[in-house]
Design a protein around this ligand. Structure first.
Ligand code: PLP
Length: 236
């Protein structure tokens, strides 16, 4: 028989939150310096609601249509929505004002479009720049060597605020193998902060997923994006 006590969304949320706290403590950081973003792609609203009941405060979606269809079920409510997937320029208009943070700004053109549309809406959009930290040919994101230059250009835009960096390192089996990539991203954020650009502050590092979020926290993660460890394996 399966054990219903151990394997509910509620118990998994609590277990992930506990592991986040202990990883932060182990790294000598306050637990409040790390926030959990639950990655909810493909997860139906009822299951997400169970997670929110159990204490999830930030939900991260990958696809615009899917997000827009789920969000009304939680409004008005205490949860924040973040956008973590690849964002097409033609969809930017429909995400302004919907997401508190867009983690996945992967080109100058996308950032400029967000700035333009946020301006039209009279808003300022918080964003992270996605870095292709492993220089993988098939992966989205700024090349590590290009980020500093990109940030200094984007610092001119008055309707976005660059809050930090995000990365998805090359897939590894051993979580420790991701550590050098996390460290490299943290160092990149430090060199950007040292440029003291207007409206650029590297407060956030969005790194770590189900497999490696504890390692990411040791390396400075402030946002960990965790899906399957909470909602189970995705079959889609
Ligand atoms: C799905 C997804 C995650 C979560 O992945 P898990 O391995 O299920 O924790 C994190 N970040 C992004 C960008 C994702 O698309």
């Amino acid at each position: 028989m399966e054990s219903p006590v151990q394997d509910t969304i509620e118990s998994r949320v609590q277990s992930v939150l506990a592991k986040i706290r202990s990883a932060a403590e182990k790294a000598g950081r306050p637990a409040s310096s790390v926030r959990l973003v639950a990655a909810t792609k493909t997860v139906p609203v009822e299951k997400i609601a169970e997670g929110v009941q159990a204490g999830l405060a930030i939900l991260g979606e990958n696809r615009v249509q899917e997000a827009l269809s789920k969000i009304p079920a939680f409004n008005p409510g205490p949860v924040q929505w973040h956008f973590i997937g690849q964002l097409q320029r033609r969809k930017v208009r429909s995400v302004i004002g919907v997401f508190d943070l867009i983690h996945s700004v992967d080109s100058l053109e996308l950032a400029q479009e967000i700035d333009r549309r946020a301006g039209d809406a009279g808003r300022r959009q918080d964003v992270l720049l996605e870095v292709n930290i492993g220089n993988e040919p098939t992966k989205a994101g700024f090349c590590p060597d290009d980020v500093r230059q990109a940030v200094s250009e984007l610092a001119q835009l008055s309707h976005i605020r660059i809050k930090g960096l995000m990365a998805i390192p090359p897939p590894t089996i051993n979580p420790d193998s991701a550590r050098p990539y996390f460290r490299k991203l943290a160092e990149l954020a430090k060199t950007i902060d040292a440029q003291h650009l207007p409206s650029v502050k590297m407060d956030e590092l969005s790194i770590g997923m189900s497999n490696d979020y504890e390692v990411a926290i040791e390396e400075g993660a402030t946002l960990v994006r965790v899906g399957s460890a909470i909602f189970g394996a995705r079959h889609v």
